[in-house]
Design a protein around this ligand. Structure first.
Ligand SMILES: Cc1cc2nc3c(=O)[nH]c(=O)nc-3n(C[C@H](O)[C@H](O)[C@H](O)COP(=O)(O)O)c2cc1C
Length: 141
């Protein structure tokens, strides 16, 4: 059974470019092995991540991620059973939210900086849909 989970968290180190590289390297190897796909967005010291896959695999990974000392204030925004994946093309895609076209961000928020803590999980998912539609998600083989 497939599920999708969405959470937001705050990076401990505000300049998290090094942490992101190592998170993505480990994630891509680990996720491929465990049938996990998704997207990791970051910007303004905030992570927004969607993960999807088997229910057990997603729960195990989420518990692991919550305990990671590189971030804090982890808030679960959305969890649902799904019949198909949305991010099936990415073992873990990436998006730098601070480099996004402001009009995409403004479409879903009051101010030009996207803050997943202040909007509903549905709105954050809608932003991810928009990122898919506008080919803003970067992947690596
Ligand atoms: C924001 C964030 C997102 C992460 N996403 C993933 C992920 O998608 N897959 C993954 O395996 N690890 C992810 N990690 C890293 C895990 O917390 C953990 O460090 C990694 O799975 C290695 O675990 P291990 O050292 O027990 O093997 C993420 C960490 C952070 C801080």
């Amino acid at each position: 059974m497939l599920v999708r989970l969405l959470y937001v968290s705050r990076a401990i180190d505000k300049d998290c470019s090094k942490a992101i590289e190592s998170i993505l390297d480990v994630s891509r190897a680990h996720n491929m092995h465990n049938g996990i796909t998704g997207v990791l967005c970051y910007g303004g010291g905030v992570f927004l991540q969607a993960i999807e896959g088997g229910r057990n695999a997603v729960n195990t990974l989420y518990n692991h991620i919550v305990a990671d000392p590189r971030h804090t204030d982890v808030v679960l925004l959305h969890f649902e059973e799904i019949s198909e994946r949305r991010f099936g093309g990415w073992t873990m895609g990436q998006v730098n939210l601070s480099k996004l076209n402001t009009s995409i961000v403004l479409k879903y928020s009051e101010r030009p900086e996207f803050d997943p803590y202040s909007v509903s999980g549905k709105v954050s998912l809608a932003l991810l849909e928009e990122l898919m539609a506008t080919a803003s998600i970067i992947g690596r083989a």
